[in-house]
Write a protein that binds this ligand. Structure first.
Ligand code: FNR
Length: 358
């Protein structure tokens, strides 16, 4: 049966997850779902949510409640953004443009990856509103600047600089028709001699540093948001360098295994930033209660990664839009039952710490 003809059976996220798994090539499924090494951080991203309970607060008047949020001058219908995910034509032939359409239809936002499988200008045209562009360092300043200028010219309205994945990990061999169409080919780095380190003398020799963040800050008037902050000192440095926001993220547990769960670090980072710039959050969000907990612990908005790709793989733009709607409905339900009419009512007093749930 055509996936869109039986969408009625896709009632929740786990149905989408199962459907996506059954439709995707096992190697692509593995690429989507895997975490680094022993997947300790991948699992920790989920279990960290169990440290917090949400007490119900009956009889609170929540008339007129809503989930609207304004970020960098854009009014969003809800605080659920679509995380940058590479090569989306692996999952559906309409790739990133389907995700852009869904984000727009649901009053949300898509962060388009530097590793998108469609031209960034084409993806921007799909959406009525301006999208955000996720920038990966291109080995040197000039090449990185050319990519930034293209995103600016195409109307992207915020730059999200991902800082936590400088080293290439063993990954999927891409099918011939899918590649990073927006990137210039980078000349091969000079060969590593046998007494040299592939990490320090190879990849890391071309990785960005804080000096490059400082330089990047001077290159654009657009909001600059750093994605991949886990240490509070790095949050401080981002603030001092004039960044407009940070995303507390461990890249969905895909980079350094053993790095803390994003949620564990969120309240610590939030305390350090003390409301001076917006904090966004991702890694491990799977339902509306998780979103509520992240907002209560200091996030202004959250990003979801793998769950919307389950929607994309199952039913294209319709599937992504439905995932967003399901999550928003759950968030609204959680807010209503915990006595919160608006996002500004959600704070740490709405949670109970309960480490015994582990
Ligand atoms: C990612 N992520 C990612 N991040 C980024 O900044 N640029 C990218 O191109 C990608 N690509 C990518 C591919 C795949 C298959 C996955 C699963 C993840 C990380 C992503 O933006 C986000 O941080 C995590 O996916 C959030 O965790 P959850 O929601 O998947 O648990």
């Amino acid at each position: 049966m055509h996936p869109l003809n039986d969408m009625g059976q896709l009632l929740n996220l786990s149905a989408y997850q199962s459907r996506a798994r059954s439709l995707l090539d096992p190697a692509i499924w593995q690429y989507l779902e895997h975490g680094a090494s022993e997947e300790i951080s991948l699992r920790a991203n989920r279990t960290a949510f169990n440290n917090w309970d949400i007490p119900t607060r009956p009889l609170t008047n929540v008339n007129g409640g809503h989930t609207r949020q304004t970020l960098y001058g854009q009014e969003l219908a809800h605080p659920i953004l679509l995380a940058p995910i590479a090569y989306q034509r692996l999952f559906h032939e309409q790739g990133e443009s389907a995700s852009a359409l869904a984000a727009c239809a649901q009053g949300g936002q898509l962060l388009v990856s530097s590793l998108a499988s469609q031209p960034l200008e084409y993806i921007a045209e799909t959406s009525d509103s301006n999208l955000w562009f996720q920038l990966y360092w291109q080995g040197e300043r000039e090449r990185t600047l050319r990519l930034l200028r293209r995103a600016e010219a195409a109307g992207y309205c915020a730059i999200v600089f991902t800082i936590d994945a400088p080293v290439k990990q063993a990954t999927l061999v891409l099918p011939a028709h899918i590649h990073s169409v927006n990137l210039e080919s980078i000349p091969p780095y000079s060969a590593i001699k046998s007494d040299q380190s592939q990490v320090f003398d190879g990849w890391m020799a071309h990785a960005p540093t804080w000096d490059d963040v400082s330089w990047l800050r001077q290159q654009t008037q657009l909001p600059l948001i750093l994605k991949g902050i886990i240490h509070p000192d790095d949050a401080d440095t981002a603030l001092k360098l004039g960044c407009d926001g940070i995303i507390v993220s461990n890249h969905g547990g895909r980079v350094l295994d053993g790095t803390p769960a994003s949620l564990t670090m969120l309240p610590i980072i939030s305390q350090r930033i003390a409301g001076q710039i917006p904090i966004l959050f991702d890694s491990g969000i799977r339902n509306g209660r998780d979103i509520f907990k992240a907002l209560a612990l200091g996030a202004s908005a959250v990003l979801i990664g793998r769950p919307y790709i389950w929607g994309l793989a199952s039913a294209g733009a319709m599937g992504v839009a439905h995932i967003l709607r399901l999550m928003r409905d759950e968030l609204e339900m959680t807010m209503a039952l915990s006595g919160c009419a608006t996002l500004s009512d959600i704070n740490s007093s709405k949670l109970f710490s309960n480490p015994s749930n582990q």
